[in-house]
Design a protein around this ligand. Structure first.
Ligand code: ATP
Ligand code: MG
Length: 229
């Protein structure tokens, strides 16, 4: 589904991703963990074409997407829930969902409302008038109506109240059941371990560990060294 092969990514002169490789099999959830500033969002930006790598290769569904512009990568079926929401202040919830709708079947506005009832009550509200949690839900909903084959979620639980974390968990379960692949960047270890099939850990721009959630749960040394827990 997704194969990241030894990518190196820079912001100007800052050398951030220093040879990252990662594989994601169809229909699986891969969790990407690591402390603040290690390069998790930079990896997401590299995949989506927002900050393309200077070296290395990224292959999605057999297509080399390393040098494709972001809009073409999105059209191939990669959805993004960006860190920090990024909703439009003056567009209503309904307009957000109309803008990103892609493909037929799968996720429709009606299904989204079933999944996120809070959002259903706010369809006519402007993005800027939503609470932080509602904006985060909208960011997830906007990615879902694009019916992606691969969904990249960059810290989707950040700033969410427990009830909304539960709704988001239900969304991930529905996506998994429908065969969607997910790359889940998370700070909440328990949440990541609950949904992941495979866990990768980053430190200082490199992948330093790959294991199953059960293995990580039992590995106090790795958790304290790379995750500070
Ligand atoms: P967090 O958990 O806080 O979201 P992260 O693992 O997602 O962290 P990145 O956002 O990928 O980390 O940042 C990796 C490094 O790149 C950091 O040192 C950061 O300061 C730097 N960085 C991020 N964005 C830029 C930018 N636009 N220009 C220059 N440096 C940047
Ligand atoms: Mg980040």
């Amino acid at each position: 589904m997704l194969s990241i092969q030894d990518i190196h990514t820079y912001y100007g002169d800052s050398y951030i991703l220093q040879g990252v490789s990662l594989d994601l099999q169809p229909g699986t959830v891969v969790a990407l963990l690591g402390r603040n500033g290690v390069g998790k969002s930079t990896l997401v930006r590299s995949i989506t074409g927002l900050t393309p790598p200077a070296r290395g290769r990224i292959v999605f569904k057999g297509v080399d997407i390393t040098r494709l512009p972001a809009y073409r990568i999105a059209r191939l079926g990669i959805g993004l829930v960006p860190q920090g929401r990024r909703v439009f202040r003056s567009l209503s919830v309904h307009e957000h969902l109309q803008v990103t709708a892609r493909g037929t079947g799968g996720w429709t506005v009606e299904k989204i409302v079933d999944l996120f009832p809070n959002l259903g009550n706010r369809m006519r509200s402007q993005g800027g008038k939503l609470s932080g949690g509602e904006q985060q839900m909208l960011a997830a909903a906007r990615a879902l109506v694009g019916n992606p084959d691969l969904l990249l979620m960059d810290e989707p639980t950040e700033g969410l109240a427990p009830l909304m974390v539960r709704d988001l968990g239900r969304a991930i379960e529905s996506l998994k059941a429908a065969g969607t692949s997910i790359l889940l960047v998370e700070q909440q270890l328990a949440f990541a371990l609950r949904y992941a099939d495979i866990v990768y850990i980053m430190s200082k721009g490199q992948i330093v560990h790959r294991c199953t959630p059960a293995e990580l749960s039992a590995d106090a040394q790795t958790k304290s060294r790379y995750l500070g827990v």
